[in-house]
Design a protein around this ligand. Structure first.
Ligand code: TXA
Ligand code: MG
Length: 318
């Protein structure tokens, strides 16, 4: 199959409206979308990515008020969060309605809903006739794509169309909050931080505070994620790094690394820049045959929480 690359949100939406699968930019990462009214296109997303069938997809809407097109029930916490953070880098999990097919939610009775703020994403979604189910536009298990080039690297020839936009400004996937139960639960950290969530809904649980015997609330969390081919070693600010001879080493972080013999190094000026560059750097390391990537842990606040989460998973392969 030939993948059409376009700069036109309208042309991209036409492919989607005709039952195709289309990659598009958002402020978090690029998504790979199918209309929820085209279940066979939704199936093709799983094939193109090599994604396990029991991992549900987030549904994207053009306007905050479109939430009623996919949600069955909207709790008052969900309403508050949507009012404050839609459009933006937040996904809210809610009871679904019958417009959302089982292939999107992997049989769950809930659906993750997101309204991106990126102007290209907005323009695209506004031309789409139905809400758009979309995981990140990467091969399953690879770092998410934060640029159109990364999308092509993974998915050229496997998808109908790529809407080519700017690189993602945040570079890490959305914060996910499950609002389908009595108390909201943070399922994945992202650019909307715990502090910001708390300022809107007060009480919010984390996965760690849930009972160990509870079933995982986010099926995707049990799969390996965010893994570059190189080994990831986490380090503290200014911790001396000893590179091994015969190994190609790389570094990313906020402080200048105290190491010799690094093949690649990226010092980021701010935590935001660190988040924006991280997945792109992982991809660069893979294409540069790096064996080990030293990653400095950023302070545990704001976007730093999301960076630490992704680093932890990349280091452990989960
Ligand atoms: O920023 C993002 O969220 C990007 C852009 C494209 O919107 N999307 C994204 O999708 O990161 P994906 O599929 O790579 O990650 C979605 C995560 C998965 O871990 C999945 O299990 C979880 O969201 N998820 C989706 N629907 C869910 C639901 N109903 N209940 C619990 N978790 C859900
Ligand atoms: Mg993903």
């Amino acid at each position: 199959m030939q993948t059409i690359v376009t700069d036109s949100p309208l042309e991209a939406a036409e492919y989607l409206n005709a039952g195709g699968i289309v990659a598009f930019p958002t402020e978090t990462v690029y998504g790979l979308g199918a209309g929820i009214c085209h279940p066979e296109a939704v199936e093709r997303i799983f094939l193109a990515k090599g994604r396990p069938q029991d991992n549900p997809l987030i549904v994207h809407i053009a306007r905050p008020e479109d939430i009623v097109r996919v949600a069955g029930q909207i709790s008052s916490d969900a309403e508050k969060l949507a009012r404050r953070f839609f459009p933006g880098p937040l996904t809210i999990v809610l009871k679904k309605n019958s417009a959302v097919p089982d292939s999107v939610t992997a049989g769950l009775d809930t659906v993750g809903v997101r309204c991106p703020s990126n102007p290209d994403a907005q323009a695209f979604l506004q031309h789409c006739r139905c809400p758009v189910a979309a995981p990140s536009a990467n091969l399953s298990g690879k770092p998410s794509s934060t640029s159109w080039k990364a999308v092509l690297q993974d998915l050229d020839g496997k998808i109908d169309c790529l809407f080519r936009g700017e690189p993602s400004t945040i570079g890490l996937e959305s914060t996910i909050v499950d609002c389908s139960g009595a108390t909201p639960v943070l399922l994945r950290s992202g650019a909307v931080s715990m502090e910001e969530l708390r300022s809107v809904v007060g009480a919010i649980e984390t996965r760690d505070s849930l009972q160990a015997d509870e079933t995982p609330r986010s099926p995707g969390l049990k799969y390996p994620h965010y893994a570059p081919e190189a080994r990831i070693v986490l380090c503290r600010p200014h911790e001396p790094i000893t590179t091994a001879t015969g190994e190609r080493s790389a570094y990313i972080g906020l402080s200048t690394p105290s190491a010799r013999g690094l093949s690649l190094s990226r010092v980021c000026r701010t935590p935001d820049e660190y988040g924006r560059m991280l997945f792109d750097f992982f991809r660069l390391c893979d294409s540069s045959d790096i064996d080990v990537i030293y990653c400095e842990l950023p302070p545990e606040k704001g976007i730093g929480q999301a960076i630490r989460d992704r680093l932890g998973r990349a280091a452990s392969g989960h």
